[in-house]
Design a protein around this ligand. Structure first.
Ligand code: NDP
Length: 336
């Protein structure tokens, strides 16, 4: 059994000093548990937060523990009624090749219904985040302009496509030319602008001639600042993530901008709302039904970025924080 443990808490970008690959004994299931073989490990930005002991909505991983993570796994031994060897399940087995888990904590997947890896992507947590964040918090109406950052990523690509389904003008923001092209050509975004271009703000003006009604916030930083200059009265801003700041070690210098920011919140009557997808679990059945239908009808497409081998998980995770991924980031830990 191989596992990657959190050996030390990182400052800035995590690397192999903080995330250490080690051999461990094969775990054995007790009564009510199953032994799982990891097939796909999902890599997600929230994992950076779990490496830090700063106060958050979830407890950090303890130093010395296996890094947490959602997985698609195969049952190889079962001491739980209702799961058999060969069954494929969604679990939280973490960054390791084998794990045990209580059978009742696992969700069985139907490999005939959808590719199994979509359970950690478009049909799983990132897709669900896009669904509740956009529909319940963003409340987009036909004809409105929706802007989404990290537009080509796991959450962003789904946000834009749902907004299109709802009849909105959809503008993506991403950090690479090919990502911008992809979201327009493959997902039907109306436009996508590259925040790394010198004329980014002029491009955003051109892409949003009627201002911005919904901003699905994934990144913070300069993208947030640029969007805030262009929001319309009564705009809604679901605050989903702030990835530009996850590796930040100190606050930027400069004037305190809180007072003008709160002035804008008041004058424009903005609705900013942070959310964590786990708080909206009652919407899961609606999500699964809607998303399955949209995928079947070709209204939602998706892109995955798959890296082979647990030994490549650390560099893949660094790439995710640097924008190297093209779509939902996954590690294929074993053949499916
Ligand atoms: P992505 O697949 O979008 O990958 C992360 C992307 O973030 C990178 O590809 C990169 O794209 C972008 N990025 C990285 N650094 C910066 C930066 N400095 N400025 C702007 N963009 C940057 O990840 P996910 O779709 O899984 O997650 C997107 C966001 O959603 C994250 O902030 C995550 O924390 C959040 N999230 C929140 C949840 C919740 O419940 N609230 C649940 C799930 C995710 P680019 O090339 O465009 O820079």
């Amino acid at each position: 059994n191989q596992q990657i443990i959190l050996a030390a808490r990182p400052t800035g970008m995590p690397d192999e000093r903080h995330l250490v690959l080690q051999e461990a004994p094969m775990p054995e299931p007790t009564e009510g548990e199953v032994l799982l073989r990891t097939i796909y490990l999902s890599l997600d930005p929230y994992m950076r937060g779990r490496m830090s002991d700063a106060a958050s909505y979830a407890n950090p991983v303890s130093v010395g523990d296996v890094m947490t993570g959602g997985t698609v796994s195969e049952v190889v031994e079962s001491r739980f009624d209702g799961l058999e060897p060969g069954d494929i399940v969604f679990s939280h087995a973490g960054w390791q090749t084998y794990a045990t888990a209580p059978g009742k904590s696992l969700r069985k997947l139907d490999p005939k219904a959808a590719p199994i890896r979509t359970a950690v992507g478009v049909m799983g947590m990132p897709g669900f985040t896009a669904y509740v964040g956009l529909l319940d918090l963003g409340q987009p109406k036909a004809g409105e302009t929706v802007v989404v950052s990290a537009a080509a990523g796991a959450v962003g690509q789904v946000v834009g496509q749902i907004a299109r389904i709802k009849g909105c003008r959809v503008v993506g923001v991403a950090g690479a030319e090919d990502k911008c092209r992809h979201v327009v050509e493959a997902y039907g975004f109306d436009a996508c602008v590259n925040y790394k271009d010198d004329d980014f703000e002029a491009q955003l003006d051109k892409a949003c001639p009627d201002g911005i009604d919904v901003y699905f916030e994934n990144v913070g930083g300069k993208v947030f600042d640029a969007v805030m200059k262009r929001v319309n009265v009564f705009a809604r801003i679901p605050v989903c993530g702030r990835i530009a700041h996850y590796n930040q070690t100190e606050l930027p210098e400069g004037p305190d901008r809180l007072i003008p920011f709160m002035g804008k919140v008041l004058v424009k009557r903005l609705m900013l709302r942070g959310f964590i997808q786990t708080d909206h679990i009652e919407r899961q059945p609606d999500f699964l039904k809607d998303m399955a239908g949209w995928i079947q009808r070709g209204q939602v497409k998706y892109q995955e970025d798959i890296v082979d081998g647990l030994e490549n998980a650390v560099s893949a995770f660094q790439g995710l924080l640097e924008g190297k991924n093209r779509g939902k980031m996954l590690v294929r830990v074993a053949e499916d």
